[in-house]
Design a protein around this ligand. Sequence first.
Ligand code: LIP
Length: 273
Amino acid sequence: MSVDLDKCFEVVMELARNGGKIIRERIYSKKTISTKSDRVDLVTETDQEVEKMLISNLRAEFPDHKFIGEESTAEGIPCEFTDAPTWIIDPVDGTMNFVHGYPNVCTSIAFTVNKVAEIAIIYNPVLEQMFTARRGQGAKLNGKPIHVSGEKDLQQALLILECGTTHEEEKMKNNFKNQQTLTPIVHGTRSNGSAAINMAMVAMGAADVYFEFGIHAWDYGAGDLLVREAGGVCIDPSGGPLDIMARRMLCAATMELAQEIVPKISQIYPPRD
Ligand code: LIP
């Protein structure tokens, strides 16, 4: 099946902007909130509506393409990653932020062909930050090229850590352990509350390294291509190659920085998607 990547990019950019308009209009209003796997794993009507809008329009334009969507998966649609052209979608990454009116929210969309990421979009409509990447063509913020910081030294690095969307004991203990080990070493730590925005911060050189366990393909699919196209690395937190279904991700400005932090990380292996 031949895929017109320019057309895919053009279509998805317009849809992401349309979805962004809905998110921007509603972020400071009252939402209908439901919980999923945990009392802190949230979904709103906006997550569901934006995902449905994106998938129905992409399907109308590209009937042969497949989809992996956060809210479709939550509704029981199997999460299958194949060689087929596939859109991997998180309609609102940072739902907890969206619920509270904290402006770190984005739509994250990756497009893969033969399991290779070709297009990445991470769009924060509240702060009007449109991060884009095409394979082999670099990464951009609002149309201008962006690059990772180039930092190699962990002591000088700004590290992003997240607690995730579960209070599950093993995961919480592991988060605290990593925080305790790494905070005294690095320059500083941050949490933006959105995996895709965290990765965009590494891509634009505002942060140097970020890892998280328990996130999903829709959280890091787009960020993976964005960070690599910005000159950084995206690997498994054990040091091996990234696996998009493994729910484990580490991205860094340089391989030297990634290799310095990997042996210091306490690892967990969540069930695969
Ligand atoms: C969330 C992430 C956040 C991460 C959570 C969760 P959601 O996505 O972006 O960074 O810590 O585990 O995956 O649920 O807001 O789309």
